[in-house]
Design a binder for this molecule. Structure first.
Ligand SMILES: [Fe+2]
Ligand SMILES: [Fe+2]
Length: 180
Protein backbone atom coordinates (compact mmCIF):
# COMPACT_ATOMS: atom_id res chain seq x y z
CA UNK A 1 0.00 0.00 0.00
CA UNK A 2 1.46 3.41 -0.90
CA UNK A 3 2.40 5.36 2.15
CA UNK A 4 0.80 8.71 2.61
CA UNK A 5 3.33 11.53 2.86
CA UNK A 6 3.82 12.28 6.51
CA UNK A 7 2.28 15.58 7.54
CA UNK A 8 4.85 18.01 8.82
CA UNK A 9 5.09 18.11 12.60
CA UNK A 10 3.51 21.29 13.97
CA UNK A 11 6.83 22.57 15.28
CA UNK A 12 8.94 21.41 12.33
CA UNK A 13 10.35 24.83 11.47
CA UNK A 14 10.66 26.02 15.01
CA UNK A 15 14.03 26.96 16.46
CA UNK A 16 15.07 25.64 19.86
CA UNK A 17 14.76 29.20 21.21
CA UNK A 18 11.16 29.41 20.05
CA UNK A 19 10.48 25.98 21.54
CA UNK A 20 11.82 27.02 24.92
CA UNK A 21 9.95 30.33 24.77
CA UNK A 22 6.60 28.72 23.97
CA UNK A 23 7.05 25.89 26.49
CA UNK A 24 7.96 28.37 29.20
CA UNK A 25 4.86 30.42 28.32
CA UNK A 26 2.67 27.32 28.24
CA UNK A 27 3.78 26.05 31.61
CA UNK A 28 3.24 29.51 33.05
CA UNK A 29 -0.24 29.55 31.55
CA UNK A 30 -0.95 26.13 33.05
CA UNK A 31 0.12 27.30 36.50
CA UNK A 32 -2.18 30.31 36.18
CA UNK A 33 -5.15 28.20 35.04
CA UNK A 34 -4.81 25.90 38.05
CA UNK A 35 -4.29 28.86 40.38
CA UNK A 36 -7.52 30.34 39.02
CA UNK A 37 -9.33 27.05 39.61
CA UNK A 38 -7.97 26.77 43.13
CA UNK A 39 -9.00 30.32 43.99
CA UNK A 40 -12.60 29.23 43.36
CA UNK A 41 -12.52 25.60 44.44
CA UNK A 42 -10.36 25.76 47.57
CA UNK A 43 -11.83 23.63 50.29
CA UNK A 44 -13.79 21.56 47.78
CA UNK A 45 -13.19 17.92 46.95
CA UNK A 46 -11.34 18.74 43.72
CA UNK A 47 -8.84 21.05 45.42
CA UNK A 48 -6.27 18.44 46.42
CA UNK A 49 -6.28 16.94 42.92
CA UNK A 50 -5.78 20.38 41.38
CA UNK A 51 -3.09 21.24 43.92
CA UNK A 52 -1.13 18.16 42.89
CA UNK A 53 -1.33 19.24 39.24
CA UNK A 54 -0.29 22.82 39.95
CA UNK A 55 2.76 21.55 41.85
CA UNK A 56 3.82 19.58 38.80
CA UNK A 57 3.23 22.60 36.53
CA UNK A 58 5.40 24.69 38.86
CA UNK A 59 8.15 22.13 38.54
CA UNK A 60 7.81 22.22 34.73
CA UNK A 61 7.88 26.01 34.79
CA UNK A 62 11.02 26.02 36.96
CA UNK A 63 12.81 23.85 34.43
CA UNK A 64 11.92 26.20 31.58
CA UNK A 65 12.88 29.19 33.75
CA UNK A 66 16.31 27.61 34.03
CA UNK A 67 16.49 26.90 30.29
CA UNK A 68 15.43 30.47 29.45
CA UNK A 69 18.37 31.70 31.54
CA UNK A 70 20.94 29.13 30.43
CA UNK A 71 20.18 29.56 26.73
CA UNK A 72 19.55 33.29 26.98
CA UNK A 73 16.14 32.96 25.36
CA UNK A 74 13.90 35.99 25.32
CA UNK A 75 10.75 35.10 27.27
CA UNK A 76 7.42 35.79 25.64
CA UNK A 77 6.30 39.41 25.74
CA UNK A 78 2.80 38.08 26.26
CA UNK A 79 3.40 36.97 29.84
CA UNK A 80 1.04 39.65 31.26
CA UNK A 81 -1.66 38.39 28.89
CA UNK A 82 -1.24 34.75 29.91
CA UNK A 83 -1.09 35.81 33.55
CA UNK A 84 -4.59 37.23 33.34
CA UNK A 85 -6.08 34.99 30.65
CA UNK A 86 -4.85 31.80 32.33
CA UNK A 87 -6.20 32.74 35.73
CA UNK A 88 -9.48 33.95 34.22
CA UNK A 89 -9.97 30.73 32.26
CA UNK A 90 -9.32 28.64 35.36
CA UNK A 91 -11.55 30.71 37.62
CA UNK A 92 -14.38 31.05 35.09
CA UNK A 93 -14.57 27.33 34.38
CA UNK A 94 -14.34 26.52 38.10
CA UNK A 95 -17.23 28.90 38.78
CA UNK A 96 -19.33 26.76 36.44
CA UNK A 97 -18.59 23.72 38.59
CA UNK A 98 -15.96 21.09 39.21
CA UNK A 99 -16.80 19.07 36.11
CA UNK A 100 -16.44 22.16 33.91
CA UNK A 101 -13.10 22.90 35.57
CA UNK A 102 -11.99 19.36 34.72
CA UNK A 103 -13.34 19.74 31.18
CA UNK A 104 -11.08 22.79 30.86
CA UNK A 105 -8.15 20.78 32.21
CA UNK A 106 -8.76 17.91 29.79
CA UNK A 107 -8.86 20.32 26.83
CA UNK A 108 -5.79 22.31 27.86
CA UNK A 109 -3.75 19.20 28.58
CA UNK A 110 -4.77 17.64 25.28
CA UNK A 111 -3.56 20.74 23.45
CA UNK A 112 -0.27 20.70 25.40
CA UNK A 113 0.16 16.99 24.77
CA UNK A 114 -0.29 17.58 21.02
CA UNK A 115 2.13 20.48 21.15
CA UNK A 116 4.81 18.49 22.97
CA UNK A 117 4.32 15.57 20.59
CA UNK A 118 4.98 17.95 17.68
CA UNK A 119 8.15 19.22 19.31
CA UNK A 120 9.40 15.70 20.00
CA UNK A 121 8.89 14.81 16.37
CA UNK A 122 10.50 18.03 15.13
CA UNK A 123 13.54 17.51 17.38
CA UNK A 124 14.31 14.11 15.90
CA UNK A 125 17.80 13.19 17.07
CA UNK A 126 18.68 16.74 18.05
CA UNK A 127 18.91 18.24 21.54
CA UNK A 128 18.58 14.92 23.42
CA UNK A 129 18.48 16.48 26.91
CA UNK A 130 15.82 18.97 25.96
CA UNK A 131 13.87 16.26 24.18
CA UNK A 132 13.96 14.06 27.28
CA UNK A 133 12.58 16.94 29.35
CA UNK A 134 9.74 17.45 26.89
CA UNK A 135 9.01 13.72 26.88
CA UNK A 136 8.89 13.59 30.68
CA UNK A 137 6.63 16.61 30.91
CA UNK A 138 4.41 15.28 28.16
CA UNK A 139 3.82 12.16 30.26
CA UNK A 140 2.77 14.38 33.19
CA UNK A 141 0.38 16.34 30.95
CA UNK A 142 -1.16 13.11 29.68
CA UNK A 143 -1.66 12.03 33.31
CA UNK A 144 -3.32 15.37 34.08
CA UNK A 145 -5.67 14.87 31.17
CA UNK A 146 -6.51 11.38 32.40
CA UNK A 147 -7.15 12.71 35.91
CA UNK A 148 -9.55 15.27 34.45
CA UNK A 149 -11.38 12.57 32.48
CA UNK A 150 -11.54 10.36 35.57
CA UNK A 151 -13.15 13.27 37.40
CA UNK A 152 -16.06 13.57 34.99
CA UNK A 153 -14.73 16.13 32.48
CA UNK A 154 -16.72 14.61 29.65
CA UNK A 155 -19.99 14.81 31.55
CA UNK A 156 -19.67 18.59 31.99
CA UNK A 157 -22.53 20.52 30.37
CA UNK A 158 -21.53 21.70 26.88
CA UNK A 159 -18.38 19.59 27.00
CA UNK A 160 -17.77 19.29 23.27
CA UNK A 161 -18.20 22.95 22.48
CA UNK A 162 -16.20 24.05 25.50
CA UNK A 163 -13.46 21.59 24.76
CA UNK A 164 -13.04 22.63 21.12
CA UNK A 165 -13.13 26.33 22.03
CA UNK A 166 -10.46 25.91 24.69
CA UNK A 167 -8.26 23.76 22.47
CA UNK A 168 -8.54 26.32 19.66
CA UNK A 169 -7.61 29.07 22.12
CA UNK A 170 -4.60 27.09 23.32
CA UNK A 171 -3.39 26.56 19.77
CA UNK A 172 -3.58 30.29 19.10
CA UNK A 173 -1.75 31.00 22.36
CA UNK A 174 0.97 28.51 21.35
CA UNK A 175 1.43 30.07 17.91
CA UNK A 176 1.66 33.55 19.41
CA UNK A 177 4.07 32.57 22.17
CA UNK A 178 6.53 30.99 19.73
CA UNK A 179 6.97 34.35 18.02
CA UNK A 180 6.03 37.17 20.33
FE1 LIG B 1 3.13 21.21 32.46
FE1 LIG C 1 -0.36 19.67 32.90
Amino acid sequence: MPRKPKPKAPGANTSIEAMIRVDHAGEYGAVRIYEGQLAVLKGRAAASTIRHMVEQEQRHLKTFDRLINERRVRPTALEPVWRIAGFALGAATALMGERVAFACTAAVEEAIDEHYAGQIEALGEGEPDFKKTVEDFRADEAAHRQTALDNGAESAPGYRLLSSAIKAGCRVAIKLSEKI
